[in-house]
Design a protein around this ligand. Structure first.
Ligand code: MG
Ligand code: ZN
Length: 404
């Protein structure tokens, strides 16, 4: 492995396997012969990355059982469930995440179906995240297996440009954790996320604003995050079907028609996105807790309080258009010891009754004559929650309050 001294001209092409610098026109690495090259005329200026694990749950299962390596693997629950993750072999049969299991098995009858082991995926996801945090403090997780990283200004610390840091990271994850990731490198979040999807699995794609503009032009407006069927319909009525239509539009005109959303669309259509990477924001939590006036020991009283907390949390979820995937119950004893219990659920929810019933189950197990002074319930949310699996596992140990 070679690393360029900072005073050398910044590379525009390098080898992902040995990290050696290459000419931008190189087809293969002159050092190691690898065809896996990263090239971009403005490579050193690309500092914002989106890293996404490849078919995460399926890859973890394959790692843990080498017999599965060449088999189509589907992670999912029972015949009535949906596909939580499909390995790349099963995807060649047309199997996709969130597809009903019966349909997936009709497409790929030879698939090996494995029930999700959320506790294990959380563990592996955490290992990947810790490795990311060694690269930059600005790591913003989006879900268990993906995150944004802002590597601007880290070149001196690492002694190499962000692109190389990321290529080395991907190697490390493969070697030390045994799974693969895909990297999207760009100048902002929107484009980095698009890039990470361009070269999967084990990929590395770069995308600058000019390239993005051209690429986006051909896409439908629904390609922009947050543009659901209703917005698509409204845009379509005014003649905006492709992103090119938005690119041609006048900013003020779009703002008149769609107010702040119009401005957002105008900017994103041009690949402009000013959102910053915010560390540790991935798992949004909307907690609700209450400290009792006097300590409480009995279940019925706590249960009543819990219902009120669940209602409060539910309305906050609805306001934020979020769903909870993991419900955490927090209790503080009269002598200030904290107990934390968490349960991930089958499908993300906003419903008070659901949050209540999950929390209540956990609460019931804690009633042992102890006097409690505080109780709280926290749904951990993810915007990607809808695609999460049919899992039910307690993933937090007693007295550990570390979220995902
Ligand atoms: Mg992924
Ligand atoms: Zn090489």
């Amino acid at each position: 492995m070679r690393s360029a001294a900072p005073e050398l001209a910044a590379p525009t092409c390098f080898c992902r396997d040995c990290l050696g610098d290459l000419d931008i026109a190189a087809r293969r690495c002159s050092e190691c012969g690898s065809p896996r090259l990263v090239r971009h005329h403005a490579l050193p200026s690309l500092t914002l990355a989106h890293i996404d694990c490849d078919a995460f749950y399926a890859t973890v299962e394959k790692r843990d059982n080498p017999d599965l390596a060449d088999k189509p693997v589907i992670i999912g629950g029972g015949k009535r469930g949906v596909v939580s993750a499909a390995c790349y072999i099963s995807r060649t049969f047309g199997v996709r995440s969130a597809m009903p299991m019966f349909k997936a098995l009709a497409l790929c009858p030879s698939a090996v179906v494995i029930g999700p082991d959320m506790a294990k995926y959380v563990r592996v996801g955490r290992e990947v995240r810790h490795a990311m945090q060694a690269l930059t403090p600005l790591v913003e997780p989006l879900s268990i297996d993906e995150a944004f990283l802002d590597l601007a200004g880290t070149q001196r610390v690492h002694g190499m440009i962000p692109a190389k840091v990321l290529a080395r990271f991907a190697q490390q994850v493969e070697r030390d954790i045994g799974i693969t990731v895909s990297v999207g490198l760009s100048c902002n979040k929107f484009l980095a996320k698009i890039a990470s999807d361009m070269d999967k699995p084990r990929g590395f794609a770069t995308l600058d604003q000019d390239e993005a503009r051209a690429m986006l032009a051909e896409k439908p407006v629904g390609f922009i995050f947050g543009v659901g069927p209703a917005t698509q319909e409204r845009l379509s009525q005014r003649g905006f079907r492709s992103i090119a239509d938005l690119q041609r539009a006048d900013e003020t005109d779009l703002m008149k028609q769609f107010s702040t959303e119009g401005r957002r669309l105008w900017r994103l259509a041009r690949g402009i996105d000013d959102r910053r990477v915010v560390a540790d924001r991935g798992a949004k939590t909307i907690s609700s807790e209450t400290t009792f006036e006097t300590d409480i020991r009995d279940f019925a009283t706590l249960e009543k309080m819990l219902w009120r907390l669940s209602e409060k949390v539910s309305s906050r979820l609805k306001t934020g258009d979020l769903s909870g995937l993991t419900i955490t119950l927090k209790l503080k004893t009269a002598d200030f010891r904290q107990r934390t219990r968490a349960q991930s659920i089958h499908a993300p929810t906003q419903l008070a009754a659901k949050i209540f019933s999950i929390s209540r189950e956990m609460l019931a197990k804690e009633i042992d004559g102890t006097a409690f002074r505080l109780m709280g319930t926290t749904p951990t949310c993810s915007t990607a929650a809808r695609r999460m699996p049919n899992a039910r596992s307690t993933i937090f140990a007693r007295n550990s309050a570390k979220p995902l």
